[in-house]
Design a protein around this ligand. Structure first.
Ligand SMILES: Cc1cc2nc3c(=O)[nH]c(=O)nc-3n(C[C@H](O)[C@H](O)[C@H](O)COP(=O)(O)OP(=O)(O)OC[C@H]3O[C@@H](n4cnc5c(N)ncnc54)[C@H](O)[C@@H]3O)c2cc1C
Length: 389
């Protein structure tokens, strides 16, 4: 190439997508995995990564930047008395305030520092008294289940609020993380998620989790969702395809194990696979039921044990199924099985952890202390991995 050629060639800029620059992934398909009459709404969401250059491995996570619910944005504007049509100067140029509130900032979550910032604007006697009390329990009780608009409604400002001052209180919209439910080998250029909606009533309002309701209720095929992939170095399938896997994934905890099984099928791995799944009802909440039945039939899934907590008078959870199968689980572990747990961190993961210790006492004849050490060793050698939230 001559010098003049090179000078005339337009500079090629390679766009790199990631956390700082999320990729607008097209929604390809959405399926409600719960049946009619379920108390839950769990969506399987398929997104296209075509052209993104983004890659992932089994066990990795997707970060999604959601868009706020339009009704919540409208109510926020009404409560604060701000005008959504106002043009506001941002780093990237001028934008409508309503657009900024929709996608740039978090308008729901509220914490003590935000409360203090608002108090300086509002000059509201009752709010100042609450903060000055330094009574953390009272303040935390007030904050639990509330949003910024509740703060403004309950402690109105003494003077009208100004746009820049309100924007100064709000945090940048944080991404929400989701376990990736697909193997890229089975679905090239795609990423699948399993998302359950978070919805509850608190303080006289119906509350909607920002990202879960965005993904389950406000997007449709053809829309673009801003996302990136994130490597989860502490959670992944064994490199050796012969190694047996025991996977505990109730509720949306099932997501990464769909990816694990797809990967094992795609790579022709021969290791045994044992899945524990649980939810409320067999009829309506058996997520990916047909896929598991197919995998059982063709031998990819060696065993499937399920626990539907509300199908009988007493509650049954995955941790109960684990205890019932103590001897066999111990035997799999003796054969080198990897033990995985994904889902609820509050109850389930703790109970499963204890069940794993109990299995070592009961089946291995270890003291409680030695059993704890054995489980700690499994963790250290990455044979016991957890992805809990
Ligand atoms: C590593 C990791 C993997 C994850 N994988 C998945 C996954 O595969 N699938 C999935 O669905 N989720 C997953 N999550 C959870 C997900 O990231 C979000 O936290 C979830 O979707 C809720 O986000 P949201 O924006 O809808 O709710 P937000 O708007 O963030 O609101 C949630 C908040 O609402 C409050 N809240 C909730 N319930 C109540 C209540 N009853 N009363 C009062 N306040 C309440 C709590 O403060 C809670 O933090 C994962 C999280 C992590 C960290």
């Amino acid at each position: 190439m001559t010098q003049s050629d090179s000078q005339n060639t337009p500079e090629q800029t390679v766009v790199e997508f990631g956390k700082k620059n999320p990729f607008p992934a097209e929604v390809k398909q959405m399926v409600n995995l719960n049946g009619r009459g379920s108390a839950k709404e769990t969506f399987h969401v398929e997104l296209s990564l075509a052209g993104s250059g983004l890659d992932y491995q089994t066990g990795d996570i997707a970060g999604v930047i959601p868009i706020n619910c339009p009704e919540v944005v409208a109510d926020f504007l009404q409560t604060t008395g701000l005008n959504g049509e106002e043009e506001v100067q941002r780093e990237s140029g001028k934008r409508r305030l309503a657009d900024i509130l929709s996608s740039e900032v978090s308008i729901t979550s509220v914490n003590l520092p935000m409360m203090k910032k608002y108090a300086r604007l509002a000059n509201n006697v009752s709010l100042n008294a609450l903060i000055d009390s330094q009574d953390r329990d009272r303040i935390n009780n007030w904050l639990w289940g509330r949003e910024i608009r509740d703060l403004v409604a309950e402690f109105p400002p003494s003077l009208p609020l100004e746009t820049d001052a309100v924007l100064g209180i709000l945090r940048k919209m944080p991404p929400r993380l989701y376990s990736i439910a697909s193997s890229i080998k089975a679905h090239p250029d795609e990423v699948h998620l399993t998302v359950v909606t978070v919805e509850y009533d608190a303080h006289g309002r119906h509350r909607k989790g920002v990202c879960s309701t965005y993904l389950c209720q406000r997007i449709k095929p053809g829309d673009k969702v801003a996302l990136y992939t994130h490597h989860n170095k502490n959670f992944g399938i064994p490199e050796d395809g012969d190694v047996p896997m025991i996977m505990i994934g109730p509720g949306t905890g099932i997501a990464p194990f769909r990816a694990f099984i797809e990967e094992r099928k795609a790579t022709g791995a021969t290791g045994k696979n044992w899945l524990f799944f649980g939810d409320q009802h067999l009829q309506t909440d058996f997520l990916y039921q047909l896929e598991w039945q197919k995998y059982l039939k063709n031998g990819i899934l060696t065993r499937l044990d399920v626990a539907f907590s509300r199908d009988q008078d007493y509650k049954i959870y995955v941790q109960d199924r684990i205890k019932e199968n103590a001897a066999e689980i111990y035997s799999w572990l003796q054969d080198g099985a990897h033990f995985y747990v994904c889902g609820d961190a509050n109850r389930m993961a703790k109970d499963v952890h204890q069940a794993l210790i109990d299995i070592h006492v009961e089946q291995g004849g270890l003291s409680a202390e030695a059993a704890e050490e054995a489980v700690a060793e499994l963790k250290k050698t990455k044979r016991y991995q957890r992805d809990v939230y």
